[in-house]
Design a protein around this ligand. Structure first.
Ligand code: DGT
Ligand code: CA
Ligand code: CA
Ligand code: ZN
Length: 570
């Protein structure tokens, strides 16, 4: 239902009016309308279509106009007119409402979070009427949280938090279903908050177990249908986790709704409306009769849509497909083509990596330690690399049940040449070429360097093409279309580096690569056996790019992989 969004917009208008000192009467009329809209059982886009908006309590002609405006354009012009500078930022601070913000602005000329911090430090807030020491402390805590958790959390950090919460809930006696929803279920690279859904006989003990869990830092809200907590992650930052309890007959509808994305849901809801059906988080309804909602598949089926994989639900053209493609799965992966050992900067030996890969059911791995110019990563001189090649071959001879192939991660130098001469590269079964230094500045020229490296017949895979580190380092400025075309033309694969800090190529670039006919390789770049498990993050990114197993090199058998490599070598 669009009602929630419209109610939120009306409340926002009321907040902003209140901040700018508007009279109580007008503010209250917006709040009253917001309450009516939120509680209204029918979708307002239907009500509006039939010209019945003013039938709603507290909705007059001008409110009806604003509702129509929102339905048509997704926004309300009056809202934009009301945003007075950086004052609304203060609303993001927990424990600080519009009335107090207005007072802070009028009495202390506070116009931003920075202003408020100084005012608190000077002690002037505590002396204001209505702001005791207790409330100042709460506001200061709210600011600290906002600063620590304002950014989004990498999928690799959010995933284990969500999994352990979900596991705990699944273990409770009266809980029958638990699912992770939201952006995490869609495999997004970063997560705003974690969304959990559950079905249970009695919500009170479930909510208490959730908010009382050992990892919980703070309880933001505890109710019978929804609770929110935060969990501490890296460097004292906090991640919010929401838990919603839903009825069994609505579980599929809730899962569909809260998986999102919002953009995908808007399109699905439109398709429902076109069939004179109503879709919301409680089910798919024909009038008052629920026609689907117990399962997610049931909802899509009732709308004659394929049950899209969550990773595809981004409104990137999936709704135009007749069928959902058979996306790649972790089980399709037969090997990992990029990993390090103690020979360079890895933590485990060749054989330890091989054993760990064997446990994961792989047929092969490629050992790709760093080349000589990667000094900080203990890159191998030519002499050491020659010995390393014999060591890998010897380890392969000793090891049963998995093939250990020889590779290297060869640096692409400033002029685009490779860090090893061709005869060393030729001794490797597979070469990954990557940029590790000189990523920024006028001399960086990453596109030219990548094109030149791709031109080398021994380069089978381009490693982490853009060099980005999620939340830490931006991608290099690259003409991606050009690099992708060159890879396609030269029979060179491009990596989806599966490390959750990288995910490079990212989903959109991987999709672009697939569309151009480029082969992908999903590799972990593991520096420890445990990191081989990061393959799952690369798989999810590939699924967001609509990759099937045919698009991915390391789903092939060993023989087929080596044949593919041989083609470019000629
Ligand atoms: P995030 O948390 O920023 O990484 O992204 P999401 O997608 O997890 O978003 P979130 O947590 O705000 O909401 C979870 C899902 O609930 C979202 O993907 C779609 C659905 N949803 C939330 N609010 C709305 C809304 O106002 N309208 C619609 N149509 N769907 C919504
Ligand atoms: Ca979320
Ligand atoms: Ca949420
Ligand atoms: Zn590497």
């Amino acid at each position: 239902m669009i009602n929630g969004e419209i109610a939120a917009a009306f409340n926002r208008i009321a907040d902003l009016m209140e901040i700018s000192g508007e009279s109580g009467f007008r503010v209250n009329s917006y709040r009253r309308a917001a309450r009516t809209i939120k509680a209204y059982p029918e979708d307002l886009s239907v009500v509006a279509g039939e010209g019945r908006l003013t039938d709603l309590d507290g909705v007059g002609k001008s409110s009806a106009e604003k509702i129509n405006e929102y339905i048509q354009s997704g926004t309300i012009g009056a809202l934009a007119d009301l945003e007075p500078g950086s004052l609304p930022d203060l609303l993001r601070i927990q424990g600080l409402g519009p009335k107090k913000i207005a007072v802070l602005h009028d009495e202390l000329s506070v116009a931003s979070i920075e202003d408020l911090k100084s005012a608190i430090d000077e002690g002037s807030v505590a002396s204001l009427a209505g702001f005791g020491a207790q409330s100042v402390k709460k506001i200061a805590e709210g600011i600290a949280f906002l600063e620590k958790s304002g950014g989004r959390t990498a999928m690799g950090i959010a995933w284990p938090v969500a999994e352990s919460m979900a596991e705990m809930l699944r273990g409770l006696p009266n809980v029958t279903q638990v699912e992770i929803a939201g952006s995490l279920r869609r495999g997004a690279e970063t997560i705003g908050d974690v969304d959990l859904l559950c079905v249970c006989d009695e919500s009170e003990p479930v909510m208490s177990a959730f908010t009382g869990q050992g990892d919980v830092k703070r309880v933001l809200a505890q109710g019978s249908t929804k609770s929110s907590v935060t969990v501490e992650i890296d460097n004292g930052r906090e991640l919010q986790v929401d838990l919603r309890v839903v009825p069994a007959e609505s579980f599929g509808a809730a899962l569909q709704y809260f998986t999102g994305s919002k953009e995908h849901n808007v399109r699905v809801r439109e398709l429902a409306v076109r069939r004179k059906l109503k879709l919301n988080e409680y089910g798919l309804f024909d009038g008052d009769k629920q026609v689907a909602g117990e399962t997610e598949a049931g909802i899509y089926e009732a709308l004659d849509l394929p049950c899209y994989a969550p990773e595809m639900r981004e409104d990137r053209g999936e709704l135009d497909l007749d069928a959902s493609p058979p996306l790649i799965e972790l089980a399709d992966i037969r090997g990992d083509l990029h990993m390090h050992t103690t020979a360079s900067d890895g933590k485990c030996s060749i054989e330890e990596m091989a054993e760990a890969a064997k446990e994961r059911g792989y047929n092969y791995i490629v050992i790709t330690d760093h080349s000589k110019s990667s000094a900080v990563a203990n890159g191998l001189s030519i002499e050491r690399m020659k010995r390393h090649i014999s060591d890998i071959r010897a380890a392969d001879d000793r090891t049963k049940g998995i093939r250990i192939l020889v590779g290297c991660e060869c640096d692409i130098l400033m002029d685009g040449s490779l860090d090893y001469p061709d005869d060393i590269l030729a001794d490797c079964d597979i070469v990954v070429a990557s940029i590790h230094s000189g990523m920024t500045g006028a001399k960086a020229k990453p596109t030219d360097r990548l094109l030149k490296a791709i031109d080398n017949r021994y380069v089978s895979i381009v490693g982490h093409t853009t060099g980005r580190l999620i939340n830490r380092r931006p991608a290099m400025e690259i003409d991606m279309a050009k690099v992708i075309q060159a890879a396609a033309d030269s029979h060179t694969a491009m990596e989806i580096n599966a490390s959750w800090q990288r995910l490079d190529l990212k989903d959109l670039h991987a999709r672009q690569a697939i569309d151009a006919g480029v082969m992908l390789a999903i590799d972990t770049d593991a520096h420890h056996t445990s990191q081989l498990d990061q393959m799952m993050f690369g798989i999810r990114t590939a699924r967001r790019a609509w990759a099937t197993k045919e698009h991915v090199l390391n789903t092939r058998t060993t023989a087929s992989l080596l044949k593919w490599i041989a083609k470019k070598r000629g």
